[in-house]
Design a protein around this ligand. Structure first.
Ligand code: ADE
Length: 421
């Protein structure tokens, strides 16, 4: 029997995991180019790296690049339902990589795995939602020593870490990978847009055309979901708390209203606010029979599941990832993926081609941290612009797209105030 270094479901699944990892690699040219350079230059030699990311075939390609760069990688899941067990098995069998992740793990196991990833005493952390950093700053403070920096993948994590920094309590520098243009313009918008509809479609096989689709939140993720739902022929409704974003949604052609107004007319509800209770008890009260409710925001707090449970006479599993709640007044409501990120719970997350850019930023930011060990202040940093631009350049080249460059005359014009009317 195969031995494991970490804690995974079944080492015997590794063969299937490898096929998925190689399939994803076909669309991850930028990570491949970085991996090849890392293998030659070893910029992460001697670095212990603890990563708390969704354990998918795309993450596997990142982990292999980091390992080839010289890092010793411990990987745990950033969500209990997003782990691809076959990928976890394949990766854990690799030298220099240990995986602590089992799809469907309970809360205690989820945190036991985070702690296991920290046990080795990392120099660099890589987080998606900031659970790793939050654990380090609360129950594992002894492991703060020796840390040179970390990276954060997602909007929710950047918000949490900025709040820690604002309180003056962030103990090492973090690079907000989410805020790179080559990350959120593409991953958050096109990745979440496509993968959220993919997850809901796989879970329900619902027809989007003609449905009233309510999208809560019009950040980059909400924009992507609303745009794609509209493209599928849905009547899109956006709810927002930010007046500028609400205006943008209205001018992008969506109906904008309050959730109180949207609740009785929506067929499908999708939350992506980054906050809590965007779908609250009073909204559940007025939803129509058959309404489908899903979350694609980072944490499972955007839908008031407790209220739904209390208000229901009972529930049953209608299909994989679909819980049918029988309400006391006879209505049936459908909650997808236990309110967790539906694109990862019911589908495979964002497509590899878009994760290629996000994870290229991750790999290059880890290299940047290693090069500047001890010289960065303890705050949330933006990804250096030359990294962002380099990722954009490499992706364009991989897509076979050439772009123009400025002539000297054009460059001088842009730099001068002298030429006017
Ligand atoms: N976040 C969203 N989609 C993802 C994917 N495919 N892999 C890792 N993290 C993700």
């Amino acid at each position: 029997m195969a031995t494991t270094k970490g804690d995974i479901k079944d080492a015997g699944l590794a063969g299937g995991g490898w096929r998925r990892i190689e399939w994803a690699a076909r669309e991850m040219d930028v990570v491949r180019i970085i991996r090849e350079r890392f293998a030659r230059e070893k910029p992460l030699l001697g670095i212990k790296l603890a990563a708390c990311l969704h354990v998918t075939s795309e993450t596997a390609n990142l982990a292999l690049a980091l390992r080839d760069g010289g890092a010793e990688v411990s990987l745990c899941a950033s969500n209990p339902l997003s782990t691809q067990d076959d990928v976890a098995a394949a990766l854990d069998a690799e030298d220099g990589i240990s995986v602590f992740a089992v799809r469907g793990e309970d809360n205690d196991t989820y945190y036991a795995h985070i702690n296991a990833a920290l046990d080795g005493g990392p120099h660099v952390t890589m987080d998606d939602g900031a659970d790793l950093v939050a654990t380090l700053h609360s129950t594992r403070r002894e492991k703060l020593e020796g840390l040179i920096g970390g990276t954060e993948e997602t909007t929710t994590g950047v918000i949490r870490l900025s709040s820690l920094a604002d309180e003056g309590k962030l103990m090492y520098p973090i690079i907000a990978v989410n805020d790179a243009e080559t990350k959120h313009f593409f991953d958050n918008r096109y990745g979440t847009g496509q993968s959220t509809l993919d997850g809901i479609t796989r879970a329900t096989n619902v027809l989007w055309a003609g449905k009233n689709v309510v999208v809560a939140g019009y950040g980059w993720c909400g924009k992507g979901v609303a745009m794609r739902a509209k493209g599928m022929g849905s009547n899109t409704i956006v709810t927002e708390i930010n007046p500028v974003r609400a205006l943008e949604a209205a001018m992008d052609g969506h109906r904008v209203m309050t959730m109180d107004e949207a609740a009785p007319i929506g067929d499908i509800f999708i939350t992506l606010t980054g906050g809590m209770k965007a779908v609250d008890k009073r909204h559940v009260e007025t939803m129509k029979d058959g309404a489908i409710v899903a979350n694609s925001g980072h944490f499972n707090v955007e839908i008031d599941i407790e209220a739904l449970e209390e208000m229901a006479d009972g529930k049953q599993e209608a299909r994989d990832c679909v819980d049918e709640y029988l309400m006391q007044d006879g209505r049936k409501l459908y909650l997808l993926g236990e309110g967790r990120l539906i694109n990862l719970a019911a589908a495979e997350g964002h497509p590899s081609a878009v994760m290629d850019m996000s994870f290229a930023n991750q790999a290059l930011s880890a290299e940047y941290l290693a090069q500047r060990a001890g010289s960065l202040v303890n705050k949330v940093h933006t990804v250096p612009q030359d990294i962002d631009q380099e990722v954009g350049r490499l992706k364009l080249a991989a897509m076979g797209i050439s772009i123009d460059t400025l002539s000297d005359e054009q460059q001088q014009y842009l730099e001068s105030w002298r030429i006017g009317t």
